[in-house]
Design a protein around this ligand. Structure first.
Ligand SMILES: Nc1ncnc2c1ncn2[C@@H]1O[C@H](COP(=O)(O)OP(=O)(O)O)[C@@H](O)[C@H]1O
Ligand SMILES: [Mg+2]
Length: 173
């Protein structure tokens, strides 16, 4: 079991995901196309220590799943990454880390997260990458890093906001 006690704050209330408070650092990266998006994910993967909680925000089609695929490839997942839109979560048991990729887009009521046993996923120092975290607020752990993906004139912009010292280490590498 790739676990380690973690004393980060347990859950986020209804505070805005990107509120000005609790910002430890911010950085911006451009990704001109899908390949660059995957490379940005692979680069980010180099800075994982274990147990990171990453929120990915941005509209449908922004590139959240593409970025996740890059992160997973960087963490050693060689295969395809399917969007867990209907299953809510897809597990990846990788060499160094346990990773859970969530997509909460279709979540009706955030209480459903209790039924799928969200704590089982988030309490064991696994890396959790969450698309549409705003739909699960109050039931998901607070993030180390929030990555907002915006449409740019060419490709996308990634605005990375660190929320914890761990997140800061990720954006400052
Ligand atoms: N940086 C980028 N520039 C241009 N297109 C991109 C970029 N990243 C991803 N895409 C494309 O955007 C589309 C939607 O990506 P996806 O990752 O499924 O979005 P999301 O998960 O945010 O809904 C895909 O066709 C993908 O190839
Ligand atoms: Mg997606």
């Amino acid at each position: 079991m790739k676990s380690r006690p973690h004393n980060d704050q347990e859950s986020i209330g209804n505070s805005a995901i990107e509120s000005g408070s609790n910002v430890h650092g911010e950085s911006q990266v451009s990704a001109c196309d899908e390949l660059a998006m995957k490379e940005a994910g692979e680069k980010l993967a180099l800075s994982f220590e274990g147990g990171e909680i990453i929120y990915l925000t941005g509209c449908l089609g922004a590139g959240k799943t593409t970025l996740t695929a890059g992160i997973l490839r960087g963490l050693g997942h060689p295969g395809a990454v399917k969007s867990p839109t209907y299953t809510l979560v897809e597990p990846y048991d990788l060499e160094r880390f346990q990773v859970y990729h969530f997509d909460l887009y279709r979540l009706g009521d955030p209480e459903e997260l209790e039924y799928i046993g969200i704590r089982e996923y988030t309490d064991h120092n696994a890396i959790c990458i969450l698309e549409w975290p705003e739909r699960g607020l109050g039931f998901i752990p607070s993030p180390d890093l929030v990555i907002r993906i915006e449409m740019a004139a060419v490709g996308r912009s990634l605005i990375m906001q660190a929320k914890t010292p761990k997140g800061t280490r990720m954006v400052s590498r």
